[in-house]
Structures are given as C-alpha cells and as structure tokens.
Unconditional design. Structure first.
Length: 270
C-alpha cells in the first residue's frame, strides 16, 4: 500500500471514530465534556494526518515528474548544484536578495514575485519535504532581519510548516500580515496551522477570510474542500467547495484528487 493510500485509510478510520463519538453524544451515552475532549483529540490527529497526506501526494507528483524527464547523465555541474552545503549558501544569498524565494512562491501561488496578493494557481509542490536542516537554518538566518523580504518570510513559513514547526511558521506569516494584511497566502496558511492544532472551525474561518479577498485563490479553495470533507464530515459543504475548486482548476493531478473526493462526498451525502 502506498503512503498516501495508507494515510487516507487512517483518515477514514478517524472519521468513523468521530462519527461514532457524535452518535454516542446524541444517544446520551457520552457526556458533553467527554465528547468535546475526545473529539478535539481526534481532530488534532486528523489535522496532522491531513498535512502528511498533502506532503505524500506532493512527493508522489515530484516522483512522477522525475520519471517523465528524459534520462541523462548527472554532470559534475549538476552534482555541485545538489550539494546541500552549496545549496544552503546559495539560498542565503538568493533569499537575502529576495529572488530565489520569490520564484519559488510564484510557482506555489501562480503569481509573480512582485504581486502583493497571490492569485489562483494549482497547489504546486512545496519544498518542505525536500529541504534539509542546513537549508532551513539558512532560511531562518535570512528572515531574522526586521526588513526581510515578504517572499522570504513566506518561503520560510512553508518550510517550517511542512517540518512541523508550527510556532515558527505562524510567526513568519504573522509578520507578513503585519505588512500586508490582505495577503491571502499568509491568511490561508495560518489556517493550516490552526487545522494542525485541531482548531477546525478557526481554520475554516481563516480560509473563508482569504476567499472573501480572493474568491479564486486556489490554495484556500483546496483547503476548504479538505477541511469540510476530512474533519467536519460536512458532505454538502464539501461538494460545493470541491465544485468551486474545479471551476478554477478543472484539469491536472490536483483536479483528479478533488474529483475523487467530490464523487465520494456525493455518495456519502445521499
């Protein structure tokens, strides 16, 4: 069984546990305090699994992309570029100039580095799963300055989130919002931090806030679909969210995943 399928199986099992807790509360078999405590615990675990599932799917897409590339001999220049010490040193320089990270975030958000509020684009592969500790430290040093570029802060926050460093990620996104209060990327991903902490309603509120600013911001549409389906088990809501996502991203691997979720949500909503 692939890692993504195993995580999906674990999420489905957790959903059944949460549904059973709700049923026990409704039947009077469980008091409200115990229900709230146990549900919050399972929702936190759902958040952690959901983030791991997103990372597993990104890694799978990266492997598919590598297989699709023509086979070639790794030249000495390529070996030099993949040396983690060289990559870290280069990252410090590029981040300090606000260039390398800007390009990365452009791929992530479908916008140009100069744009203040990212626009829609399919959720691309994040770098957290392939960033070494050396590179993370390089990014951390680059954003230590009070005047660190916005794109540098965004990149560091994404890497920190993918590595489970929630407090560092939150602080970086909050620094972005202090300078750009309508930055939908930062708003949406603070929601991702809240979701990992098991605060599902607060996470949804952040996603909705981002979508009020940019109704076509695809990462918020993606997260809203997943939160409603995986955590809230709100299948009618998940159906609407999935349909909204597909109007913006009708094709591609992310669309294929959402189409599968949409079919499952429609079946469960009957």
């Amino acid at each position: 069984m692939s890692r993504a399928k195993d995580l999906k199986r674990q999420l489905d099992a957790l959903a059944q546990v949460i549904e059973a807790l709700d049923a026990d509360l409704a039947a009077g078999k469980l008091d409200a305090d115990a229900h709230a405590r146990q549900r919050a615990e399972h929702e936190r675990e759902t958040g952690r699994l959901f983030v791991r599932l997103r990372q597993a799917r990104r890694e799978a897409r990266a492997r598919e992309a590598e297989r699709a590339e023509p086979a070639g001999v790794l030249t000495s220049s390529h070996r030099w570029l993949t040396n983690p010490l060289v990559m870290a040193a280069g990252m410090v320089l590029l981040v300090a100039l606000g260039i390398g990270v800007g390009v990365t975030v452009a791929r992530r958000s479908g916008t140009t580095p100069a744009a203040g509020v990212p626009t829609a684009g399919a959720p691309p592969a994040d770098l957290g799963s392939v960033t070494t500790g050396i590179e993370l430290q390089a990014l951390r040093q680059a954003v230590a300055r009070d005047d660190a570029p916005i794109q540098s802060l965004l990149q560091f926050a994404h890497v920190a989130l993918d590595q489970g460093k929630l407090d560092e990620a939150r602080r970086a996104w909050e620094r972005v919002l202090a300078r750009e209060p309508r930055n939908v990327e930062a708003i949406t991903h603070i929601g991702a931090v809240l979701f990992q902490e098991g605060r599902v309603d607060a996470a949804l509120a952040k996603v909705d806030e981002a979508l009020r600013i940019d109704p076509r911001y695809v990462h918020a549409l993606w997260d809203r679909t997943q939160y409603l389906f995986q955590a809230k088990r709100d299948y009618p809501g998940a159906i609407k969210a999935a349909e909204a996502f597909l109007t913006v991203v009708p094709d591609g691997p992310d669309a294929d995943n959402v189409k599968k979720l949409l079919a499952e949500a429609r079946q469960k909503a009957r």
